[in-house]
Design a protein around this ligand. Sequence first.
Ligand code: HEM
Length: 414
Amino acid sequence: MSQSAAQPDPLSAALQDIDFSDPRMFQRNNWHGYFARLRDESPVHYQAESPFGPFWSVTRFADIVAVDSNFEDFSSEPTIVIGDLDDDMPLEQFIAMDPPKHDVQRKAVQSAVAPQNLAQMEALIRSRVADILDQLPMGETFDWVEKVSINLTTQMLATLFDFPFEERSKLTYWSDMATAAPEVSGGEADPEERQAALMDCLATFTRLWHERKGTERSSLDLISLLQKDPNTEDIVDKPMEYLGNLILLIVGGNDTTRNSATGGVLALNQNPGEYDKLRADQSLIPSMVSEIIRWQTPLAHMRRRAARDLELNGQQIKEGDKVVMWYMSGNRDERSIDNPNDFIIDRNNPRHHIAFGFGIHRCMGNRLAEMQLRILWEEIMQRFSHVEVIEEPRRVLSNFVNGYEELKVRVHPV
Ligand code: HEM
């Protein structure tokens, strides 16, 4: 099975002729038909050949929850993307660890996003969002991804790391390089450039670590938190573990919120009746934010490895098999979500989705992401009657990041 071949017809092709790892499905946004067929005809589906080796696709909401909540049978090690670990850069990160190591490393950093800390960050985020929106060229066409989504998430990341603000664009670059490797997600990053970018990331953060070590900091920045916790105080001496966790936190805070910030604009433009509802009642913003995250599902999948022979929804899975949970499919599963293909900003129970995963690895930054998006929309509604999409977006080539390269828009005053 080769990804240079034409894509088979989603409705009539034999399921064994379809490559569900093909990143072009996501770039062309034509994955819906393929995954709807899997949910109906073969919800736990074995694909014997792919550029990433054989793997199972788990496509229904309930089965994904069953896998994600069973870390004993479905291990996150050694990596959580469909591709295999890069031998030259064997990153270790707590998202790809099982208990007990996962638990102690997560605990070391999670106070950065504890409710009390988030409450303190709210005013800062609001002023940054306001600055970003106030600088937009009213009435002119511009790229929302670059001027708003990337700008906002990069500023947030710089805050979380207390990273030199003027150099913050490096964080976005490192994040993009980390996820765009062909062997990781079917992306197009040049292997040498990627390697150099990740080494630069490591060198920069190692320097910051040593500059901070021993200084009295009350800050909840992620580097200081790693330094303060006895379980991670020497992580800098394990470069692949230090780098792996940095990349986890950078990617976690970057691609996901960024693509939700863009996806929301697109969803409202495709559903003008929902935009009208929002204009009429801005108290819908929190539930709309959850709906945007479900509708977008910025991370298409997480993968696991079966820790023993077992059965899942009638299929026999062998120890060692790769098991891919397609969150984007689960979030469109009519068995668990009413009218899942509709974008409805006042849904009942809007947080009933699996875009943040489920179980012990459930997204650590979920409340931060929701807060950023809530503030973004509160501030947008103060200024603009319409963020108008001017042309179809350009999407990312990846089977992991479900996102946008570019979205041309024009903003109109209230
Ligand atoms: C809309 C925004 C976001 C989405 C959709 C998202 C999605 C996810 C998903 C699907 C997982 C894996 C869950 C699982 O395996 O069950 C995850 C884990 C994680 N996310 Fe997020 N994320 C978002 C924002 C953020 C932000 C802003 C941060 C920044 C702190 C973050 C940090 C993390 C971390 C550290 C993990 C690993 C948790 C663990 O292994 O225990 N995420 N996220």
